[in-house]
Design a protein around this ligand. Sequence first.
Ligand code: AP5
Ligand code: ZN
Length: 217
Amino acid sequence: MRIVLVGPPGAGKGTQATRLAEKLRVPHISTGDLFRANISQQTELGKLAKSYMDAGNLVPDEVTIAMAKDRMEQPDAENGFLLDGFPRNVSQAEALDELLTTENMKLDAVLDLEAPEEEVVKRIAGRRICRNDGSHVFHETYKKPAEAGVCDVCGGELYQRDDDSEETVRKRLEVYHTQTEPIIDYYKAQGLVVTISAMGPVDEVTERALGALKRED
Ligand code: AP5
Ligand code: ZN
């Protein structure tokens, strides 16, 4: 299956993508995680991306599309993938369509996670991430680690993302509304959008997502 996950920052895209990718047996491709890996390895791409991410802006299309394309062309993505955080504006969606057409592939669904602004702000404020693995994600209230500041999975140190400050979150939400939301209409025109509520316990949201995707088969 080839799926795009869309939704505001903090809706739970990363949380759900990890679970859905495992169930659907496809790789979870997150452009945010790829940028963060580049930042921690101090690559040139990481240095460039960090300045945009810390301001809550999108990283320029040219480098983002090249990075996403490179990841989608890895052997493990041959039979499907779950894209999280890409595409993020209409020109990225067009670039993805072009790539898929060249490869004779198509998307199966665009899963739109809906959550009200006051909830996503709470989710982001309490989020803590593992330094060893960005997919180990916790929350100070909703998903407390057994020991404060320590990852339950690998014992790594938990930290708060630089772009999770209140000011940057406000900017990321504005960017989401102005630049990312238009891709929902773009994909609606292709009949691909499946919208679900991202509210409620994590397990329930996963079940909701799997049910909605099955109906799209
Ligand atoms: P990215 O990393 O993609 O961030 P985002 O879209 O802002 O999304 P988040 O990671 O903040 O949230 P999420 O929806 O994954 O929520 P999560 O599962 O962690 O992008 C970051 C930056 O990178 C961008 O601003 C941009 O600069 C750049 N970038 C990335 N892709 C790009 C692109 N394509 N083009 C250009 N620039 C790009 O959950 C949040 C918290 O809530 C967690 O603590 C979690 O435990 C908790 N939680 C999750 N689900 C629930 C639930 N059901 N109930 C209670 N708590 C929950
Ligand atoms: Zn960890």
